[in-house]
Design a protein. Structure first.
Length: 76
């Protein structure tokens, strides 16, 4: 089940609170402690290519966009 499917199902079940509670009890995604799904970019929400150094918690795409603003220099 993808994230978009999860959102669609919850939207449909909001009208049926008893069925929603049962669904969430049995079918909700696991809370991750380790692995790629445990770390998420704080800016865009991506899971892959995560930079945790210096407490950044950004994906590499967001880091490239804001690196100079936060004080990093690009060496060529």
């Amino acid at each position: 089940m993808t994230a978009s499917d999860w959102k669609k199902i919850l939207k449909q079940l909001r009208n049926k609170p008893v069925v929603l509670d049962k669904f969430i009890k049995h079918c909700k995604p696991k809370e991750r402690k380790i692995g790629i799904a445990a770390k998420k970019c704080e800016r865009c929400g991506r899971f892959g290519a995560h930079i945790k150094s210096y407490g950044l918690n950004l994906c590499r795409h967001c880091f490239r966009e804001i690196a100079e603003e936060i004080g990093f220099k690009k060496y060529s």
